[in-house]
Write a protein that binds this ligand. Structure first.
Ligand SMILES: [Zn+2]
Length: 158
């Protein structure tokens, strides 16, 4: 897939890169629909995040095809094909120059009144954010990782 700029600060390749795909020899190429989601919904949302934080935003995981998503889950039963990553609507990111992931989440909630995110999840070492075409839920969650690879979510920032 030929790389292209999306907006002023992102490249398409940033949303497609996946170490897991490389490791497992999976072709993480999005469908036309997923690609359109990345370009028209996810990247503009991330652009807003960038503009709010005013520092480089590093996408650590964007689009993940179903095979990549499945390979990532240590527990197959925890695998949800409904992950917004598989639709090209979610990104995990860090912005170390701004501060910790918790600081980033707090700031986005306090100053991102116009940020039309569907879900914002504080995941400890990264921030998960998703955007949708329809009315966003603006749901805020904190992920809690426990031994064995299980994860549970609580409402709000914990
Ligand atoms: Zn995520």
């Amino acid at each position: 897939m030929i790389d292209q700029r999306i907006g002023a600060h992102f490249w398409l390749s940033e949303f497609l890169r996946s170490d897991t795909a490389v490791r497992h020899g999976i072709d993480n190429t999005p469908s036309a629909t997923e690609l359109a989601n990345i370009i028209n919904i996810l990247a503009p949302g991330m652009q807003q995040v960038h503009d709010l934080l005013s520092v480089p935003v590093h996408v650590t995981s964007g689009y993940r095809c179903q095979a990549v998503e499945r390979a990532l889950k240590r527990k197959p039963e925890a695998w949800r094909s409904t992950s917004q990553h598989t639709l090209g609507l979610a990104a995990d990111f860090v912005a170390p120059q701004f501060g910790s992931c918790k600081t980033v989440c707090k700031y986005l909630l306090e100053h991102g009144g116009d940020l039309r995110f569907d879900q914002l999840i504080y995941e400890g070492n990264w921030v998960h954010i998703s955007f949708v075409a329809q009315t966003p839920r603006r749901e805020v969650l904190t992920a809690h990782f426990v031994a064995g690879g299980a994860v549970s979510y609580t409402q709000g920032l914990a």
